[in-house]
Write a protein that binds this ligand. Structure first.
Ligand code: NAD
Length: 349
């Protein structure tokens, strides 16, 4: 049986990626939607033959009585993830939540606790962790394919439209309360993830700084942010402590220019490069300069199927709430480092 998913928030991601992906999934299908816009509810009811399984936000808690729904998928602005994940867990349905998991690490902890209390699974939407180029890169690096990992370089950003304003609903990404921060929360998190899963370790400490060219548009969140992280060495655990090289990561994220979309891992024997690294389609990967020649499948369909299988089999999911929490702990350290100009240790789960 395919699990029924309720999409909560019918914006660009739900419309352009998730609903189409749910037509391709082997273990999941679109069963219900939650939207605040009556015309959207009607449009989706007709297009996807949803019958009565169409809800407003006021009716959200009624999902508990909808037998067609197994998983509630939160696709709202970041600042609403915690509230709807917690309310979702209280309906007794499993919850899948888009990245970033929430605005703060504290909210992440509350979401994890709510899902534990409700005895439901919680998954976070880190599609790249299921994508073949990223999996290949991870495998090469972790097996010592470039020698002992020494450096990482990763960045993701895009240009915000000229007329974007934090007070417009459409541009919630510029609004601190709704977005939790700027490009680091939205797209820089992919670069952070890249560094975390290439090393398979957590960062020890970070430094960071921001730059600003448009103080009006970016009056609530950062515009461009560069940061560094140190990770414990990946290979060479058998070496005495002083000889174990740390891994240095240099990362950046921006809403000020487009085309910045890459991740590279360096060792003494060469590098593994993904560029573009985080797009929906057309990813390219290179191992020591040689192209990987892999297809980019529908990343959303793969991750939804993986979560559905873990629900069906009651097995651990690769990206549970703790994975989202670890990113928020690093993000909080990065913001603190940018604010204070100091090196900041990253708190551990
Ligand atoms: P969007 O602005 O297109 O959609 C957000 C939806 O939330 C809209 O339909 C909006 O009407 C609704 N909404 C409900 N309450 C709102 C409020 N108070 N203010 C503003 N909007 C409100 O955004 P999106 O691009 O679909 O992003 C949604 C979530 O998905 C975000 O958390 C984002 O980080 C994540 N996302 C993930 C990926 C990915 O590749 N995994 C890609 C894009 C977005």
């Amino acid at each position: 049986k395919k699990l029924g998913y309720a999409l909560v928030g019918l914006g660009r991601l739900s419309t352009g990626q998730l609903a189409p992906a749910l037509q391709k999934t082997e273990h999941a299908k679109l069963a219900a939607v939650v939207s605040g816009t009556p015309s959207k509810r009607e449009e989706w009811r007709k297009k996807y033959d949803l019958g009565e399984h169409v809800y407003s936000y006021e009716q959200f808690d009624r999902l508990s009585d909808d037998d067609a729904v197994d998983v509630i998928y939160i696709v709202l602005p970041n600042g609403l993830h915690a509230e709807y994940t917690i309310r979702g867990a209280e309906t007794g349905k499993h919850v899948f939540c888009e990245k970033p998991m929430a605005n703060t690490a504290e909210e992440c902890r509350q979401m994890i606790a709510a899902c534990e209390k409700g005895k439901v699974k919680l998954g976070i939407g880190y599609r790249c962790q299921f994508e073949p180029h990223h999996l290949r890169a991870m495998e090469v690096v972790r097996s010592g394919g470039v020698g002992e990992l020494r450096g990482l370089g990763a960045g993701f950003g895009f240009k915000m439209p000229a007329d974007a304003d934090p007070d417009q609903k459409l541009h919630w990404r510029l609004n601190r309360k709704l977005a939790g921060g700027g490009p680091l929360m939205d797209v820089g998190i992919y670069a952070l993830q890249f560094c975390r899963y290439m090393t398979g370790r957590e960062p020890d400490s970070v430094t960071a700084q921001t730059t600003l060219t448009d103080p009006v548009k970016f009056r609530q969140v950062e515009e461009t942010l560069g940061w560094t992280m140190t990770f414990p060495s990946v290979l060479g655990d058998d070496l005495p402590e002083p000889l174990r090289a740390q891994v240095t990561a240099s990362c950046a994220t921006t809403y000020n220019f487009s085309g910045f979309n890459q991740g590279e891992a360096f060792g003494p024997d060469g590098s593994v490069l993904l560029k573009p690294a985080y797009s929906y389609t057309g990813l390219e990967g290179f191992v020591k300069g040689e192209p990987m020649n892999l297809d980019t499948p529908d990343q959303f369909a793969i991750e939804i199927d993986a979560f559905s299988q873990s629900v069906k089999d009651n097995k651990p999911f690769k990206c549970p709430g703790e994975e989202g929490l670890r990113d928020l702990l690093a993000i909080e350290a990065i913001y603190k480092a940018a604010e204070t100009g100091r090196r900041v240790d990253v708190a551990k789960v």
